[in-house]
Ligand binder design. Sequence first.
Ligand code: AMP
Length: 418
Amino acid sequence: MSEQSIKRPRGTNDYFGESAIALQRLRTLLLEEGALYGAMEVDPPIFEESRLFHRSVGESSDIVRKETFDLVRKGDKDYTLRPEFTAGVNRLVLENKLYSSPDLPIRFSYFGKVFRYERPQSGRLREFHQFGVEFLDKEVDLDTSLDALLLSVSATQKALGKKVLVQLNYLGSFASRERYKKALHDYFEPKVDQMCEDCKARLLTNPLRILDCKVEADQAIAKDAPSIEDYLDEKDKAEYQTMLSTLDHMGLSYRKDPGLVRGLDYYTGLVWEIYDEENPDFPALGGGGKYSSLMHDIGGPDFEGIGFSLGVERLLLDMSAQRKAELSLLQGPDLFVVDLAKDGKALEIMKRLRGEGIPCYAASFARALGGAFKMADRIHAKNTLVVFEDGHMEIKEMATRNQVPIEEEDLLKVLKGE
Ligand code: AMP
């Protein structure tokens, strides 16, 4: 064999076998959890007009500044692989005029691939899956906001089978946030020469983003920056207080983090991130927040939203081996057929059984029967049917190893356990 020269791109995964099953099970589990909160699944395209992300995610966010996969131009429009779902879901709501529905809030969930041109490392991929929701309304109220937060927690806990910690912050109304940005600008301006190149750019585009910087020296400077809590107006403060006391009342464990601003430009109000309580150094499992100008920015009416997304690969990485084994448990076929006769009879039987909803798996075994039974065990088949050359058949229940002759007309009854 010549050496393989075409390999999987860096920062992507091949899903097959157990990992493919675990991914599929997580998808079902997470979407079902969303349905408990009234969210219906949507599936927007994987690529959108580049303008959608550049306008909505915000020119100053890292995602847009350097992390999007922009497709080579064909025709007269520029397209970009989605780096997140929020913008696409908002575009979908706008384009299909769903905002005029009398039934608000709109509650949508999603599960799918997103793409970011990042430096790959553990837990940081270029192609990964996100599960999340967007709840949209003319004004997102307290109940809707807390429902989104609670769903993000319950979905993560259900997936992992362990407790999570919420870190949260409150960015206030648009006006409060702008006042705070001005205060941050004034604080960082005299210090920015000592800071990284990204922070120099952030000072001009969105000084809030400096608080997100991962460079240690910059974090030390940011430690003494003004706090958002001093820039909230009375209405903001009252809403934040009600949220916190409701969460206290519900016994949800959270930590306030005044430096939490989240990567995208459009957040106002509540923002949060989810961490593994037992393993707090593990990177964020998910995050979310409220936004108020996104729909307007893409040409729609004044409409607010709150949403979160969980990184599915991070869930898989943080999961205990036992939980992963539970999730990826292979449900083998009801019937594994070893066709020694090869005269079409086995095929006919399988066609009939599949018509009755019985999953069948066939292997054309030329080897000894012992090998066939080993394969049946490996694929977790519940029963094995051997069709012998002379036409007679035997069925073996794999759990009990009990092997008996069987007639064709009795097969369905036996397989259905009747
Ligand atoms: P974000 O859309 O940036 O708020 O990210 C939401 C969640 O997606 C994060 O909390 C992570 O769990 C996950 N995530 C973000 N970026 C990556 C990445 N490059 N690779 C894997 N997961 C990611």
